[in-house]
Design a binder for this molecule. Structure first.
Ligand code: SF4
Length: 490
């Protein structure tokens, strides 16, 4: 990435000025601007990448879209099965003119419009969900890339650690290097690449959308089956009769079977084994150890260290104890000897099977990357002369918003603040400009009469058939998991 226009100002009259972003690159003939998205070809400002059209072969009912259902026109692409994405469409920043493509189509007798553009987002970032109970770092800790802070650790979710990366403060509110590194990291993650990150006071991470996380050089395989208490609830009946006590080690809630409601329901007598930590409710303990990368997201490698005491009035020699983590990756079978000391012995087969079942019930550990951005600014002016009507139309579900054809979640409340799973978008859908900001495709699809009612640029409509004929296009297969946006909304 460069952070300055690639071409100098000079006397060359063939230089063209790109007005697609505030950088206003002056581009020499045959060269591209600072973001490589626009070039000066034959003296014309040209979007370098072709516009991406997505073609579906299966309709919403799961039926094959009839091939050549229209009269043969010499073009094998069928307009009725095409969706025009924002990828490669271009930008009309600062949206003093209509969006690059305003496309009309008729779907099952309903006239629809899709407004297509590449948005430039300073207010944007990614939320990263990392399926692991291993400790990545303290909440609020700085997350760094190449030494620059690019985000922070945010509140953990059930079985997952969460990062909030990017955002306007790191993109534009810090040093120039911080902004450049943040932009590169976001672009890389959004386009499916891996990011190498470190957490202050925590772990080194490799995260990549749809791939297992790597924590301190170790690839994670399993997401925990549940917290220690949930694990007790799920497997208590399968343990019953084979064991006298089970301790499920977990950084959140460590479960103790005979104290837990599940053990009581099975009439299991107390074992006399007491674990460290703060007792929450019967058989559920917080803070049995420090967070870490050991058993169940704690820092322990020897599970016996969490046993505070064994009550000689209740415990007895021969008592059978299972200690296991919430993924089943760590387990120990112990029997109390005559001094009531837990002694490791080989685990009996029925218990091995239940430990394996814990692992079987763990889902694969993955990283999820959701791009989050605010589309409530000037971008709306490329859609309508009355921007707030677009916001209302989105809120009223009359207008469907997609990014590269992928469905988005629009936050309730003001503005058009959206989130989208980058793995549902076509490859390399994102770009950047060196302000720095992220460029992302965005499409607004609605009925033509609704578009007219919100003050849309009706005069700029072009039929899908015309867009299907443009030279500068690329056609890809529709992502089968995404809903077809051209169905009538509402
Ligand atoms: S950086 Fe901005 S002005 Fe320069 S070529 Fe890219 S879009 Fe155009």
């Amino acid at each position: 990435m460069t952070d300055a226009p690639a071409a100098d100002a000079g006397p060359n009259t063939e230089i063209v000025t790109c007005d697609a972003c505030p950088v206003l690159c002056r581009i020499r003939p045959g060269r591209t601007g600072a973001c490589d998205r626009y070039g000066n070809f034959d003296g014309k400002l040209t979007r370098v990448d072709p516009i991406l059209l997505a073609e579906r072969t299966i309709d919403q009912n799961g039926e094959m879209v009839p091939f050549l259902q229209n009269d043969w026109s010499g073009n094998p692409v069928q307009p009725s099965s095409l969706f025009v994405t924002g990828i490669g469409s271009g930008t009309t920043y600062p949206d003093y003119k209509p969006a690059p493509f305003i496309v009309s189509s008729t779907i099952e007798g309903v006239d629809m419009v899709t407004v297509v553009t590449e948005g430039i987002f300073s207010y944007c970032g990614v939320k990263v969900k990392i399926d692991t109970d291993r400790y990545v770092g303290p909440e609020q800790a700085a997350v760094r890339c190449r030494g620059e802070q690019v985000g922070h650790v945010t509140t953990a979710e059930y079985g997952s650690q969460m990062l909030a990366l990017g955002g306007v403060r790191h993109l534009t509110g810090g040093s120039k290097k911080e902004g450049v590194v943040t932009c590169e990291m976001l672009l890389n993650l959004c386009n499916g690449g891996a990011a190498e990150l470190t957490v202050d006071g925590g772990a080194a991470l490799t995260v990549q959308a749809g791939k297992p996380p790597v924590i301190n050089g170790v690839q994670e395989h399993r997401m925990r089956v549940g917290c220690g208490s949930a694990t007790i609830g799920m497997f208590a009946k399968q343990w019953h009769g084979h064991v006298d006590e089970v301790i499920v080690v977990d950084d959140h809630i460590t479960g103790v079977l005979t104290e837990h409601q599940a053990g009581r329901c099975l009439d299991m007598p107390p074992s006399g084994i007491r674990v460290r930590g703060r007792r929450s409710t019967p058989g559920r303990y917080f803070q049995v150890a420090e967070p870490g990368t050991g058993w169940g997201g704690t820092d322990i490698t020897d599970p016996l260290t969490i046993i505070e005491k064994i009550d000689p009035k209740i415990a007895r020699p021969g008592l059978r104890l299972l200690m296991v983590s919430t993924t089943g990756e760590d387990s120990a079978w112990l029997v109390l000897d005559d001094t009531l000391t837990p002694v490791p012995v080989p685990m009996p087969e029925p218990m091995v099977r239940v430990v394996e079942r814990i692992g079987e019930n763990c889902e694969p550990a993955l990283c999820t990357v959701l791009f989050m951005a605010g589309a409530g600014g000037s971008l709306r002016a490329g859609v309508t002369e009355n921007p707030v009507r677009l916001t209302r139309s989105v809120r009223d579900a009359l207008t469907r918003v997609t990014c590269g054809g992928a469905p988005v979640y629009v936050w309730p409340g003001g503005g058009i603040t959206l989130m989208v799973d980058v793995t549902r978008m076509p490859a390399n859908a994102f770009g950047y400009v060196p302000t720095p900001a992220i460029v992302a495709p965005i499409e607004f699809t609605l009925r033509r009469d609704d578009y007219a009612a919100l003050g849309g640029h009706i005069d700029w409509l072009q039929p899908i058939e015309a867009v299907a004929q443009v030279d500068r296009k690329r056609v890809t297969l529709w992502h089968a998991g995404n809903p077809w946006p051209l169905q009538e909304s509402g």
